[in-house]
Design a binder for this molecule. Structure first.
Ligand code: SF4
Ligand code: SF4
Length: 143
């Protein structure tokens, strides 16, 4: 998911070379995991004390509040030309065009689809810095 969030400095979109390296590593991991499954070897990661507490205090403790805030924190800038793309692609049907403007229905799940696909880079959710690059899937990153 962090690759999806295109306008937050902690999650910069990876460049094509980096993506190739990540994909190679992921393939190796996958093949190791498959081998382990085949050999009935059980490997667990992230279940030690430190990992569990890191997950609890850096992620789980805050994520609920963030999600709640995000539900109603969609902003549309003056660049919006009312093309309606965000309305069509929102999986939550959270956006609609009313009185020549986009309105939100407080159902956002922070998927970032609208942010990444708005042709005007006019829509932001929760993080309201200028959108520079947009995530276009793995294929887009490899271009
Ligand atoms: S996709 Fe962008 S430009 Fe089109 S209606 Fe939505 S916010 Fe406006
Ligand atoms: S981030 Fe996803 S759920 Fe939220 S308004 Fe945009 S498309 Fe809809």
């Amino acid at each position: 998911m962090p690759n999806n969030i295109c306008n937050f400095f902690l999650f910069p979109l990876a460049n094509p070379n980096k993506m190739q390296r990540y994909l190679k590593k992921a393939e190796k991991k996958l093949s190791r995991s498959c081998q382990n499954i085949k050999n009935e070897v059980v490997k667990k990661r992230g279940f030690n004390f430190v990992s569990q507490h890191l997950g609890l205090w850096t992620q789980r403790a805050h994520f609920g509040a963030l999600e709640k805030k995000a539900q109603r924190d969609v902003r549309i800038s003056a660049e919006c030309n009312l093309c309606g793309k965000c309305v069509r692609i929102c999986p939550m049907k959270n956006l609609k065009i009313t009185d020549r403007r986009i309105v939100q229905l407080d159902q956002c799940t922070l998927c970032y689809r609208c942010v990444n696909q708005c042709p005007q880079k006019a829509i932001t959710v929760l993080v309201h810095t200028q959108v520079k690059k947009q995530y276009q899937g793995i294929v887009g990153l490899l271009k």
